[in-house]
Design a protein around this ligand. Structure first.
Ligand SMILES: [Zn+2]
Length: 82
């Protein structure tokens, strides 16, 4: 597994991620450039937090659940390719 090499900071796009201990069963990481904390997630890697916030914003803006789902899937595809 080349998981460490694939990790990317969602804030500054740096790949200089170091391990930062464990939280329950999840491996924690920290960006060495901007200090952003990342938590390993089997589903969404480090992006789940951003997506959650984004969904909440879209929900507040009155977007329907179907629309939110579509945008989220699109973003996941885009981010997954980076
Ligand atoms: Zn960073």
């Amino acid at each position: 597994m080349l998981q460490d090499k694939k990790m990317k900071c969602p804030r500054c796009n740096s790949t200089k991620i170091r391990k930062n201990g464990r939280r329950q069963t999840k491996q924690c990481f920290q960006c060495r450039v901007c200090g952003r904390q990342l938590v390993e997630s089997p589903k969404f890697q480090p992006y789940s937090e951003e997506i959650e916030q984004l969904c909440f914003k879209m929900y507040l803006n009155g977007m329907g659940l179907r629309g939110i789902e579509r945008v989220t899937l699109t973003l996941l595809l885009i981010w997954g390719k980076n």
